[in-house]
Design a protein around this ligand. Structure first.
Ligand SMILES: C[S@@+](CC[C@H](N)C(=O)[O-])C[C@H]1O[C@@H](n2cnc3c(N)ncnc32)[C@H](O)[C@@H]1O
Length: 338
């Protein structure tokens, strides 16, 4: 059962009393029945993933990548990042008035059970409901917030990781440089020139490598769907040749001036299972935005089946290397169909 169905059940059964006036913030909101129950007039959705953000906007909801203004009540949908979840709860509490309601909704796989215990240990829970392999719990903001809440907020703030780069919990490979990106960076020197695009640029390490790889590189455009990651990339990549784009790579195409080279370490899962179609959409986008003479370079886990998509979108492709569980693929002569 999707998160919002569990939440919709709780709202429809009036498990808690949402305030009758004032804005209701929904952190990590995704479209679904719960939003419809509250209605667009009351909700302020926070969503930093571009495609989910845009879908909410199209459905008539007010949506922002990061909410800052006080609200009457807040809902927090959990992600798989424990530190991000605690940080989101702490931010929500800070935006509430005394006795303001905060509702947290998550799946067991997102650690909702232990999170409810830990939150309940410092802030008394008003109620909870378990359903569909998950839990909704709610509480009210006390007049003064316990110290633990400050610690949750601090732990979720941007900080330098083990490799010295700015990241924040919840974004891809926040703890350090991704081994796949390291392998792709190894083969970049001497292969790049002119205008380069990095698809799914994350916090920017691969783009930094591209900027250093060859003096002929004139520009590197970072395309990233997660605004939180892109904010970190802005801190890490200070070269004036870098451009930053909060965008869904799957819809890149028209209006983008063509590139001499495209590099990517594409995403391959949203949940636990591999979803090769995510990477396939990146290959498709690369073919759309490359010059006819351009080159696409990507890294992928060895077992991911991208070869047929490369065949369909490029007249020529080859495997440059395969080691340590990763393969580096190069493709040229994109097939037309921008
Ligand atoms: C495997 S990570 C690589 C990140 C970065 N290049 C690195 O090497 O650390 C893939 C990145 O693609 C981003 N992403 C996922 N889907 C996307 C989409 N549709 N459009 C743009 N970026 C996307 C993810 O947020 C993630 O940062």
């Amino acid at each position: 059962m999707p998160q919002s169905d569990r939440l919709a059940t709780a709202i429809a059964s009036q498990a808690f009393d949402l305030p009758v006036t004032g804005p209701i913030l929904f952190i990590r909101a995704t479209s679904g029945p719960a939003l419809g129950l509250i209605g667009p007039g009351r909700l302020l959705c926070e969503q930093s993933l571009r495609f989910a953000h845009d879908l909410l906007g199209e459905q008539g909801f007010e949506v922002t990548p990061r909410a800052e203004a006080p609200v009457a009540a807040a809902i927090v949908a959990l992600t798989r990042s424990r530190a991000e979840n605690f940080g989101n709860i702490a931010r929500a509490l800070a935006l509430l008035p005394e006795a303001g309601l905060i509702v947290v909704n998550g799946a067991k796989t997102e650690g909702v059970d232990s999170l409810a215990k830990q939150v309940g240990a410092v802030l008394p829970l008003e109620g909870q409901l378990t359903k569909a392999h998950g839990r909704v719990f709610w509480l009210r903001r006390p007049a003064s917030l316990p110290e633990a809440v400050d610690r949750w907020r601090e732990a979720a703030r941007p900080a330098r990781n083990a490799d010295g780069f700015f990241t924040e919990p919840g974004i891809f490979s926040a703890e350090g440089i991704d081994p796949g990106s390291l392998r792709l960076a190894d083969i970049l020197p001497g292969r790049l020139k002119g205008r380069v695009a990095d698809l799914g640029a994350g916090w920017g390490w691969l783009s930094l490598s591209a900027l250093k790889a060859d003096p002929r590189v004139e520009r590197v455009d970072l395309y990233e769907a997660e605004a939180r990651a892109l904010e970190m990339a802005r801190l890490n990549v200070t070269d004036p040749r870098a451009g930053f784009h909060w965008s869904d790579v799957a819809s890149l195409g028209r209006g983008v001036p063509p590139y001499d080279a495209v590099i990517a370490n594409p995403p391959f899962h949203r949940g636990r299972a591999a979803e090769p179609e995510l990477g396939a959409a990146f290959i498709d986008a690369a073919a759309r935005i490359l010059k006819p003479s351009g080159q696409f370079l990507m890294v992928a886990n060895r077992q991911l089946p991208y070869e047929s998509t490369l065949d369909a979108r490029f007249k020529h492709w080859e495997r440059l290397s395969e080691e340590g569980g990763y393969k580096i693929l190069s493709a040229t002569r994109p097939r037309s169909g921008r």
